[in-house]
Write a protein that binds this ligand. Sequence first.
Ligand SMILES: Cc1cc2nc3c(=O)[nH]c(=O)nc-3n(C[C@H](O)[C@H](O)[C@H](O)COP(=O)(O)O)c2cc1C
Length: 181
Amino acid sequence: MAIPEFHRMLLERHSIRKYTEKPLPADDVKLILEAALLSPSSKSVRPWQFVVAEDKAVLEKLSTCKKTGAVSLKTAVMAVVVVAEPEKSDMYVEDASVAALMMQLQAEALGIGSCWVQIAGRYGADDEPAQELVQQCLGIPENLPVICIITFGYKNEVRKPVDPEKLLWEKVHIGQWRNEQ
Ligand SMILES: Cc1cc2nc3c(=O)[nH]c(=O)nc-3n(C[C@H](O)[C@H](O)[C@H](O)COP(=O)(O)O)c2cc1C
């Protein structure tokens, strides 16, 4: 059976942590942000806000917000900071995460690489919460947690597509849970 186009994209998608300097077309940036705004959310409350960062100095500053795992911010040409609104919904982490992934999938469909940079629950070099630096850097109110930052840019590294034969089918239980794997 031919692999459907969307599924092929899923097999080829990988986190990209090195980007070229080529700017992203404004129309593509808009589509990525629209993908976030189109996200499904619990009770359709949409308990999120997004801060777009494109300034090189700001992206560099954000890359210092935690000890490891922020390297993609160093070459990103754009990043979207995903901010949650806990007072609006108890499902804010889930809803913000869905929006983040929607942006990643839209980017991939446009040939743009992306990477998730976890912020909530992560700490900087001086053991201060990563989100405090992000909030201060971008003027985000203290009561609004930063869940993650999604970095974007044209790919400057080659990653192999996933071999569908290597998928962890033992994690799928058809009809009933089975312990034997
Ligand atoms: C909740 C979550 C947190 C992640 N945090 C980071 C991170 O802080 N830094 C990073 O470089 N990648 C991060 N990633 C990307 C994962 O490392 C990556 O998705 C995983 O290694 C699988 O690789 P792939 O995306 O290329 O398939 C995160 C992904 C998720 C879903």
